[in-house]
Design a protein around this ligand. Structure first.
Ligand code: CA
Length: 228
């Protein structure tokens, strides 16, 4: 898999280690030591994935992620956040900023490569026919989600979540099954992550009166259905 990865990390020793590991694995690497330099790299050549440190001088990794995910030109670029902080609050904050995945330092090269490959697999290889439930339509070719012709803005993870549910309507999935299907089975993320993104998805559907299609099935998981 030859993809272009932008590495954003202010500590040169870690950057060097990552550059070595990733280029050995066949990736094309560009590097930046802060958000400003990273933005210049992105403007010059859009990467296939961004590996972004949480703690950066100037604009933090979290705020930079928010900015990238709210800009139409960059919101499709998957972001894996690197952090030394293991606290739950920070993880949730990381996900709410729109990061696609999260990895805590110290991590092994093998773990990092597995995450990168899983995220790239999800962001590439998509396809085909419109999915429809009630008034909601998802077009996988354009990544456009509409409710009676009004476009609904979704983050990349919410889009994948909705696409999975719309492809598997009227079936109940546990959090773990959703994690395996939407995040990938080789990837370690916590169950709560699913809840965070379900909440964001419902919030996006709510103004269109469609949040009830994503249903909580007590003690079992989640289901997507036009019937309440
Ligand atoms: Ca740092």
């Amino acid at each position: 898999m030859s993809a272009h990865i932008l590495l954003v990390e202010d500590e040169s020793a870690i950057r060097e280690m990552l550059r070595f590991a990733l280029s050995s694995a066949g990736f094309e690497i560009s590097e930046a030591e802060d958000s400003l330099a990273a933005q210049q790299c992105i403007d010059a050549a859009k990467p296939d994935l961004i590996l972004l440190d949480w703690m950066l001088p100037g604009l933090s990794g979290v705020d930079f992620t928010k900015r990238l995910k709210s800009d139409e030109a960059t919101q499709e670029i998957p972001i894996i956040m690197l952090t030394a902080k293991a606290e739950e609050d920070n993880k949730i904050k990381g996900f709410e900023s729109g990061a696609d995945d999260y990895i805590t330092k110290p991590f092994s090269t093998r773990e990092l490569l597995a995450r990168i490959k899983a995220v790239l697999r999800r962001s590439q290889g998509e396809a085909s026919e419109n999915l429809v439930i009630g008034q909601l339509t998802l077009d996988p070719k354009s990544h456009r989600v509409t409710a009676t012709d009004v476009v609904i803005d979704l983050g990349p993870t919410e889009y994948r979540l909705l696409k999975f549910f719309m492809s598997h309507q009227d079936r109940v999935y546990s959090r773990n099954q959703v994690l395996d299907q939407v995040w990938g089975s080789g990837v370690y993320v916590e169950d709560r992550t699913v809840d965070v993104h379900i909440r964001r998805l419902r919030k996006a559907l709510e103004p269109h009166g469609l949040d009830a299609i994503i249903q909580t099935v007590r003690g079992a998981g989640y289901r997507c259905s036009a019937q309440s």
